[in-house]
Design a binder for this molecule. Structure first.
Ligand code: MFK
Length: 249
């Protein structure tokens, strides 16, 4: 970014220092030109935005089904007003970034270079819609989590269907997010999956997770992957999470 800024600055300087400009422009016009150049420079779309991108917001790759379901859950995320008092949210959308390590503290030592290159597995493919396109919502009582998942063409396993490992990844992601709402710093200890019906590539499915129980350091969660109308069961799973001693639990 510094190099880009430098180049734009040099460009501005060279425009304002052109002999033609010096001779023909009134000094106040030259100041105005510089101001315009600097303003333009500040509004240019930089390649490296300092703001983290939230990948769980709608993009052009989302199909109609994905959008409809997103609207359905997102509309329930609005604040409810009762009298003058603000009520709790019914659902919360979970933002999703691709740099989890950037904010990590303690636990594992990683070199600066390694940290700067690390990307969250499900959010590391740049082409929208090519792989894991999903958004997660958690319920206000924190006992339920729903994910709308659209499986892109890079997730193929059997011809025309989603790879079992990609489905497992999504189940792990949804259940770990659910468990993280209940308790921090957890690791997946056990994931038990039954694949009942293949998921067509490009289709949208619902991943529903429910809390079974918590027991000391253990959190048990069950999960179902269904068609969006709930009529077809694709996958079911149970997951065990343990608050990690390594992570400070
Ligand atoms: C918010 C979004 C963030 C997204 C992050 C994405 C992350 C996605 C999640 C992952 O993929 S995590 C990566 C995959 N998992 C691992 O690499 C975990 C590797 N294993 C470990 O680190 C440890 O084995 C573990 C922390 C799971 C447990 O080790 P501990 O030494 O802390 O536990 P311990 O052996 O004392 O067992 C505690 C309890 O859990 C039980 N337990 C542990 N592992 C088990 C297991 N595998 N199966 C069944 N029970 C298990 C164990 O029996 C015991 O039960 P009791 O308290 O009733 O006696």
């Amino acid at each position: 970014m510094a190099r880009t800024l430098c180049r734009i600055f040099k460009g501005c300087q060279s425009i304002c220092s052109l002999p033609l400009m010096k001779t023909r422009l009134h000094p106040s016009a030259s100041v105005l030109l510089r101001t315009v150049c600097v303003r333009r420079m500040l509004t240019l779309p930089f390649r490296f935005s300092p703001k983290a991108q939230d990948f769980s917001l709608p993009n052009s790759s989302w199909g109609a089904e994905m959008r409809q379901l997103y609207e359905h859950y997102n509309s329930q995320c609005e604040e409810e007003m009762k009298g003058e008092e603000k009520q709790d949210w019914a659902w919360k959308r979970v933002p999703s970034y691709n740099r989890t390590l950037k904010h990590a503290t303690g636990g594992v030592y990683l070199s600066k270079i390694y940290q700067s290159k690390a990307r969250f597995f499900t959010r590391n493919i740049k082409e929208p819609g090519a792989a894991f396109e999903y958004v997660l919502f958690v319920s206000k009582d924190e006992q339920k989590c729903v994910c709308i998942f659209q499986a892109g063409h890079l997730l193929e396993g059997p011809q025309g269907y989603v790879h079992g490992g990609a489905i497992a990844t999504m189940i792990d992601t949804v259940t770990v997010t659910h468990a993280s709402v209940l308790t921090l710093l957890i690791m997946t200890a056990n994931l038990n999956i039954n694949y009942r019906r293949p998921i067509p590539l490009g289709s949208t499915v619902l991943i529903d997770s429910s809390l079974n129980k918590t027991e000391g350091r253990k959190v048990l969660i069950s999960c179902k992957v269904t068609s969006t109308d709930g009529s077809k069961l694709h996958t079911e799973a149970t997951a065990l999470f343990v608050v990690s001693r390594l992570l400070g639990g």
